[in-house]
Design a protein around this ligand. Sequence first.
Ligand code: CTP
Ligand code: CA
Length: 224
Amino acid sequence: KEMLNPVEDLKGKNVLITAGPTREWIDPVRFISNPSSGKMGYALAKSASERGANVTLISGPVSIEKPTGMSNFVKVETAEEMYNEVVKVVDSQDIVIKTAAVGDYRPKSKSDIKLKKSNSKVSLELEPNADILFNIGNNKKENQIFVGFAAETNDVIEEGKKKLIKKNLDLIVVNDVTEVGAGFQSETNIIKIIDKEKNVKEFPMDTKENLSNIIIDEIVNLLK
Ligand code: CTP
Ligand code: CA
């Protein structure tokens, strides 16, 4: 449901959001990916736009409709494509929110033709993708606010704190994917938000729509 009178507390702010999974192609009919649905990123894009922001949404392949009100909507497949699109726009952003589940590795080579099966063991050589958030985070300008996401299975808060420092973030939103109601494809999530002072705020299970407004509230607090 649309908000009737949303508070335009992001009015005039440029907000970049990345969402969804990436695909790393093995051959023309096969790829490596992950179960990210893109729901959290799309919900954030919608909330930010309702709150007055100029939203650039860079999205991996998802089955959700493009949200209304986007200033800029770019579809990508691979981590490398996402990186290139992010780099094009990052300097003009006030806020960057990286919900995307970026593939950490890609096949060392992509076959132009479909690979045929055999009965013997095969192995696939992978090489690392560049870490988008690490690279842009460590080139962050003074007034920019960068927010990362981390889906973890163990030591959730410790892992989140490490990533916040390593990637020079202002906030990181972490969730434990082993908890019921916090999984990848879920309509709901159970999040914790960690800030630079290592404060941890825990939130009860909620819809991704409500959580997107909670996350934006935390970002707006940093703007003040
Ligand atoms: N991220 C990114 N580029 C990558 C990998 C991750 O921008 N190549 C971003 C994600 O969008 C997310 C944050 O970094 O906001 C944390 O992603 P995560 O996969 O949890 O962290 P990694 O540093 O990849 O560590 P690992 O997967 O080993 O836990
Ligand atoms: Ca990763």
